[in-house]
Design a protein around this ligand. Structure first.
Ligand SMILES: *[C@@H]1O[C@H](CO)[C@@H](O)[C@H](O)[C@H]1NC(C)=O
Ligand SMILES: *[C@@H]1O[C@H](CO)[C@@H](O)[C@H](O)[C@H]1NC(C)=O
Ligand SMILES: *[C@@H]1O[C@H](CO)[C@@H](O)[C@H](O)[C@H]1NC(C)=O
Ligand SMILES: CC(=O)N[C@H]1CO[C@H](CO)[C@@H](O)[C@@H]1O
Length: 374
């Protein structure tokens, strides 16, 4: 999907749409798809938005006196086949990691910002929220993320005090504890998010009186473990800043596909929130080689190797695993393992994908007919 120039008029229209949507959620139509909705709403008498039932969270972990500080795992997703198979694998490993010693993982919600339910409603606890007003997501679908979080936080009754913002291509490779400390959320630092090198642009959104530009962390919204009360403040600002950045041609050009990550970094700084940066939060094969004591495998990069086990990044390998090979539907079960010499991180990734697909009932049944959105 190419980045398109959006007309200023459309942006104003969409901005206005946001205003209406954000300030008058109560007027949105509710589609009650049945089942136990009431416990999931803040205010059952005035349902706010279109949603589907969230499958009940496990109450055994919510007993009072529970010493662990649980966080809710939230993943934003679409109903495209590409998003769906990743969510299924992610949810499989969430369930396993959650049961392990040292885990402080609580409930799970897939925040589905396609505006309509899909065929995974019974498999994965899901809340359906609205996508951005028509037109807005054409150039930049991830702008739906802040809006999805704003809606979820408004309608869902979240038992945990902390939230992990995750993505469909995350696999929990070790039980994840609550990495935050006090009012300091935990985040993964991305080498390509460089607020200090983009000071001129950052200053458009983070004025000098707010403090040094180094207050803006080199992070995106995911993975982040944060107090719910902090995220409730940051999310609307994140949406606001994302829109303003997207409207500004200079910012749009400079930040491109990571604009919404910068928007989260700026929004949290605007609220005076600084993150603990954890390198061990996540590894990204093929560049990170070892699992060690890390927590999440993020399979965003293609893994291409020749049969001697040498990385051929950027060139299709004789052996490869790349999520983008499966835009239209799920990968088959039992993918071939990499040749000898390939790093542990990649081998583990493929084994974990295979374990999940072998154990998820009906993995490749009922092929998806919805066009991929990627
Ligand atoms: C919100 O929408 C409802 C229904 O469309 C309308 O009756 C109400 O006046 C609106 N409220 C505001 C504050 O715009
Ligand atoms: C959104 O941005 C506008 C324009 O800068 C500002 O006036 C407004 O207070 C912001 N709202 C939030 C929730 O950040
Ligand atoms: C998986 O594939 C390998 C060959 O790559 C084969 O030997 C093995 O039997 C397969 N396992 C299952 C469970 O299908
Ligand atoms: C803020 C907070 O309470 N963080 C806790 C998260 O979990 C870890 C590990 O159990 C605790 O050490 C933190 O204090």
């Amino acid at each position: 999907m190419g980045m398109r120039k959006t007309s200023p008029f459309l942006l104003i229209l969409v901005g206005f749409g946001f205003f209406i949507a954000a300030y008058n959620l109560s007027s949105l139509v509710i589609h009650n798809w049945n089942r136990n909705l009431a416990p999931q709403l803040l205010d059952g008498s005035s349902p706010l938005i279109r949603f589907d039932p969230v499958i009940g969270m496990p109450h055994d972990l919510m007993k009072s006196g529970e010493p662990r500080r649980l966080f809710h795992v939230a993943v934003t997703a679409t109903y495209a086949p590409y998003s769906k198979w990743q969510c299924r694998i992610m949810y499989y490993w969430y369930k396993k990691a959650k049961k392990m010693k040292g885990s402080e993982m609580g409930g799970f919600t897939r925040i589905l910002h396609s505006g309509e339910p899909d065929n995974l409603m019974d498999e994965i606890p899901t809340l359906v929220v609205d996508p951005l007003p028509a037109g807005m997501d054409r150039g930049y679908i991830v702008l739906n993320r802040p809006w999805a979080f704003v809606q979820w936080l408004k309608v869902a009754k979240i038992e945990e005090d902390y939230i992990l913002m995750a993505e469909p291509d995350h696999i929990f490779v070790n039980p994840l504890p609550n990495l935050s400390r006090g009012d300091y959320p935990a985040a993964f630092s991305f080498f390509y998010i460089k607020p200090s090198e983009n000071e001129k642009i950052i200053r458009k959104y983070y004025p000098e009186e707010k403090g040094p530009v180094t207050n803006v962390d080199p992070i995106g919204n995911s993975p982040v473990i944060i107090k719910k009360t902090q995220l409730e403040k940051i999310a609307p600002t994140w949406m606001n800043v994302s829109l303003k950045m997207k409207e500004d041609p200079e910012t749009d050009k400079a930040f491109g596909w990571v604009l919404e990550m910068y928007a989260y970094a700026v929004a949290s700084a605007l609220h005076g929130v600084q993150h603990i940066l954890r390198k061990d939060f996540m590894i990204q094969p093929p560049f990170d080689l070892k699992i060690g004591n890390t927590f999440i495998i993020h399979y965003t990069y293609g893994c291409d190797y020749n049969l001697k086990g040498k990385l051929t990044y950027g060139k299709i390998g004789e052996w490869r695993f790349d999520k983008r090979s499966y835009l239209q539907g799920p990968p088959p079960r039992n993918l071939s393992l990499p040749p000898p010499g390939v790093p542990e991180s990649v081998v583990t990734l493929v084994k974990m994908v295979n374990e999940a697909t072998a154990n998820i009932p009906g993995w490749d049944e009922g092929s998806d007919r919805i066009e991929s959105e990627i």
